[in-house]
Write a protein that binds this ligand. Structure first.
Ligand SMILES: Cc1cc2nc3c(=O)[nH]c(=O)nc-3n(C[C@H](O)[C@H](O)[C@H](O)COP(=O)(O)OP(=O)(O)OC[C@H]3O[C@@H](n4cnc5c(N)ncnc54)[C@H](O)[C@@H]3O)c2cc1C
Length: 547
């Protein structure tokens, strides 16, 4: 790492990377191996990102581990042995720790270091990055690898500060774990983290109350150990399997149905959906090619899940409450569970539907709804994240002409390809709004972004280009395109976090790109082939390039 110090006393680098999750680790590895002076800044005490923070019981990935992992190093993917089809959080965290050790990455990071601001200094063509603790760095490039689901949120409930019991958020779980034995526990929320954590919490708690506003569709994981034969089959063909996955619309090797559900009869639906339900995982959603575009087709898969809920949950009133009815399946992130629905058959579990009787707040001992009061020893907020924009807007990011990102995005995020923002030269974001990100295998999406960004920096170095910046018009065209493709789907029919609907006051914009990972990659490659079409490049600041 450099010892260069600017006149203002800031350490000078080629690149500052913010974040030490899958994205930050790969960026630092790649840039450092190309000889760049790169520093990573991370708020947490260690590497891992999502998997550092989300330590709640039951946390695991829902893309199969053999695919939810880096593909950039054949040796790495050969040597790591995943124990389960969907690895639990400790194992994913151990994997990222192994990656950090293997490539000696920790020495290029400062941990316990939260970035407060990043400001583009136009005259010097440098980014000035300041931490909350007052440390300053300056770098030619600033890359935000700050994650899409890294800012947890707890809704504002009256009296929460008076509640004397324990308070947790799934996205910031205590490292020492939590023992709920003998306790009355409330889980607020029924999205992905709730669906994963409710069954293990129910096994411990004296009584568990689940406060549900909107039921979610969940499919069984059918998780289990990875057999040696399955592992070696994958590993024998790893590069080919990865290439195949990258050419799909979600970056995952699913069994993609090629027909509309409307082309086949009810008997075939039962067989095909039944087969996928038994196999487990989100592959269920890909039975037909129009599930997310045709309401009639969607209803067939949605009805199938509702029927399964009706079969699993013994009390018909509880089953009915758990059945999502007012949005199409897949338009909110589909959950993958182990015994979620069956947990509501336990005598120590109560489902509280807070749609008709909303949570009004807390007092010292209880959570209160409009018509009842629930005494709790602990409350777990599984209330999700300020998704996709939260981490970026928490920082004070200021680009050209002193314009802040908060102002630029006041009406919703605007990016070019989810990678760059007009007015913010030499700043890149990884899996930003406008890219497939959370609608794909995020690790594969991260690898594609990291490689695109590093390639771009390399080309700039070789061609003596001082700045690269998205053109306003190209950005607007991309934003319109992202919106147009979302409008051709059913996604707008759900009040999801994809749309920012879980955060009061957040602009309602469909943030991820639904046009498909394969289509998106082709577009990014085209942009490069056409000399970075849609980007403005300036050449005259050779002195601004650190030697
Ligand atoms: C519970 C859970 C399960 C998931 N399961 C899957 C799955 O199965 N498949 C899938 O594809 N995706 C899944 N995801 C999405 C997951 O976030 C991504 O797969 C991936 O881990 C993101 O990596 P990242 O490096 O982009 O971001 P993160 O892992 O979120 O890392 C970002 C890091 O940036 C740091 N940071 C943010 N702001 C600052 C700042 N101002 N200063 C310093 N540091 C900062 C954060 O502390 C964090 O460590 C899941 C997410 C969650 C929450």
């Amino acid at each position: 790492m450099t010892d260069k110090i600017s006149e203002q006393g800031a350490q000078q680098l080629d690149v500052v990377v913010v974040g030490a999750g899958f994205a930050g680790l790969y960026l630092v590895h790649k840039l450092r191996s190309l000889g760049y002076d790169v520093l990573g800044l991370e708020a947490a005490a260690d590497v891992g990102g999502t998997w550092y923070w989300n330590r709640y019981p039951g946390a695991r990935c829902d893309v199969e581990s053999l695919q939810y992992s880096y593909s950039f190093s054949e040796e790495l993917q050969q040597e790591w042995r995943w124990s389960e089809r969907f690895a639990p959080q400790p194992e994913i965290l151990a994997y990222l720790g192994h990656v950090a050790d293997r490539f000696d990455l920790r020495r290029s990071f400062l941990f316990n270091t939260r970035v407060a601001s990043a400001r583009y200094e136009e005259s010097a063509n440098l980014w000035s990055i300041a931490t909350e603790a007052g440390k300053c760095f300056s770098a030619r490039f600033c890359i935000m690898a700050t994650g899409n689901l890294s800012v947890g949120r707890i809704p504002e409930f009256a009296g929460l500060q008076d509640f004397a019991g324990e308070i947790y958020h799934t996205g910031n779980w205590p490292h020492e774990g939590v023992d709920f034995t003998g306790k009355r526990v409330g889980v607020v929320g029924t999205g992905s983290s709730a669906v994963q954590s409710i069954p293990p919490i129910a096994q411990q708690a004296e009584h568990l109350y689940v406060f549900q506003r909107t039921p979610h569709f969940s499919v069984p994981a059918r998780n289990g150990p990875i057999e040696d034969q399955y592992d070696s089959e994958w590993k024998r063909n790893y590069p080919a399997q990865r290439a195949k996955a990258r050419s799909t619309r979600s970056g995952v090797l699913y069994d993609y149905g090629t027909k509309s559900a409307l082309e086949v009869d009810a008997g075939e639906h039962a067989v095909e959906l039944g087969r996928r339900w038994e196999k487990g995982g989100t592959n269920f959603l890909y039975a037909y090619n129009d599930t997310l575009r045709s309401e009639a087709s969607n209803q067939i898969s949605a009805d199938f899940v509702r029927e399964r809920i009706g079969e699993i949950v013994i009390d018909p009133t509880v089953a009915d409450k758990l059945m999502p009815k007012d949005y199409p399946i897949g338009t909110k992130r589909i959950c993958v569970d182990t015994d979620f629905y069956a947990t509501f058959n336990r005598p120590n579990v109560t489902l509280v539907d807070v749609r008709p009787s909303p949570i009004t707040g807390f007092d010292q001992t209880s959570l209160k709804t409009a018509d009842a009061s629930y005494q709790l020893d602990a409350v777990v907020f599984a209330t999700g994240f300020d998704a996709m924009t939260g981490a970026l807007l928490k920082m004070d990011i200021v680009g050209r002409n002193g314009h802040s990102l908060r102002d630029k995005w006041a009406e919703g995020p605007k990016t070019y390809l989810g990678l760059a923002i007009a007015g913010f030269p030499n700043m890149f974001i990884v899996t930003g709004p406008g890219s497939p990100s959370v609608l794909s295998n995020v690790v594969i999406a991260i690898e594609q972004h990291v490689e695109w960004i590093v390639d771009c920096i390399e080309k700039m170095e070789h061609e003596g280009i001082a700045t690269i910046e998205a053109e306003e018009s190209a950005q607007q065209e991309w934003v319109d395109h992202v919106n147009d493709v979302a409008c051709q789907t059913l996604y707008y029919q759900a009040n999801s976090w994809f749309l920012g609907a879980n955060v009061p006051g957040k602009p309602r914009i469909f943030m991820p790109y639904v046009g498909g990972f394969d289509t998106y990659v082709a577009k990014c490659d085209d942009v490069v082939r056409n000399g970075y079409a849609g980007f403005i490049k300036t050449k005259d600041q050779a002195e601004a390039i650190p030697a």
